[in-house]
Design a protein around this ligand. Structure first.
Ligand code: PEP
Ligand code: MG
Length: 311
């Protein structure tokens, strides 16, 4: 019977009750893209474009950028790919976009904030993304990193539309953006929660520092409560809400996220099969029970136990 059979994953994200979930890959290079496609990713939920240019001393031309993006999009013709615009700064400095030295780079001019000062760099990148999409036939959306306000999201969407890109969204990785999820969702086509930075900023704990790793645990109930706010806003407005941080790669936490209203999960290719298989054994009812238990917990350990109980 179905209950005794070991669940396997066929590359399509689906709960046992038939509920569809997009299970996507995080990529930063052609090799990552090939690995994600080979592992059954239905598309890409996060293409970190800054990874293409970590060694570039000057801004790559539109032609160079187009070639770099097309090489990553190639395995995904006809499939959804979310291309994130340059997330330069903090842990990923780009020589051609580096701001003046800052005392707190994680809190400085990074991500979309760089584009407010240099919009022409963003516009050239958007033009290259549109050209790479046309060349490869990938179903491309664009997404901005490090957005705090709905007005910033609206500014980005306007520029994406001007570049001829049909769908534009933003990351929710600053606590203010989670608290403003409804306003933001009104001006974008989708959002995707970056749990790595969201945890760093909500706990005021450097994501690269081992000494504060316990605070950056994606099972921390305060983080889950912020994610719940965004999930609820997505359900209320009928717009997709993804998760593309490390949290999405934990199979049990993936069930909790689905129960919180998340509609897509994007992860390293090595996690795709395990997350897909776990989702196939769960249902929306079970996910919602797990989510309710985890939200009410007081610490990561009891959140995990509460999520496991219905499963
Ligand atoms: C995140 O912050 O969770 C995220 C997915 O983006 P990055 O890890 O590239 O900052
Ligand atoms: Mg981030």
């Amino acid at each position: 019977t179905a209950t005794t059979k070991r669940a396997t994953w066929n590359g399509v994200g689906i709960l046992k009750d038939g509920h569809r979930v997009k299970v996507l890959g995080n990529v930063g290079s052609p090799a990552d893209a090939a690995a994600a496609a080979a592992s059954g990713a239905e598309g890409v939920g996060l293409f970190r474009t800054e990874f293409c240019f970590l060694d570039a001393s000057d801004e790559p031309s539109v032609e160079e950028q187009t070639a770099a993006y097309a090489a990553v999009l190639a395995p995904f013709a006809g499939k959804p790919v979310v291309v994130r615009t340059l997330d330069a700064g903090a842990d990923k400095p780009l020589a051609f976009l580096s701001p003046d030295p800052e005392p707190n780079p994680a809190l400085g001019v990074r991500g979309l904030r760089v584009a407010f000062d240099r919009p022409e760099v963003l516009d050239r990148q958007l033009a290259a993304i549109a050209a790479a999409a046309a060349q490869t036939g990938a179903d491309v959306s664009v997404m901005a990193p490090m957005v705090a306000l709905a007005s910033e999201a609206a500014w980005f969407v306007e520029r994406a539309r001007a570049a001829g890109i049909a769908r534009a969204g933003v990351m929710v990785e600053v606590p203010a953006a989670a608290l403003a999820a409804r306003e933001i969702l009104q001006v974008v086509d989708f959002v995707s929660i970056g749990t790595n930075d969201l945890a760093q900023y909500v706990f005021a704990a450097d994501r690269q520092l081992g000494g504060v790793a316990a605070l950056n645990d994606p099972w921390q109930p305060p983080l889950l409560r912020l994610i719940a706010l965004v999930g609820e806003a997505g359900v209320a407005l009928g717009k997709p809400v993804g998760v593309c941080g490390e949290a999405a790669a934990d199979p049990l936490l993936a069930c909790v996220l689905i129960g919180l209203g998340i509609t897509s999960l994007s992860m390293n290719h090595t996690a795709l099969a395990d997350v897909g298989a776990k989702l196939a054994t769960s249902s929306m009812d079970l996910c919602q029970l797990a989510a309710r238990g985890a939200l009410a917990a007081h610490d990561p350990g009891s959140a995990k136990l509460a999520a496991r109980a219905p499963h």
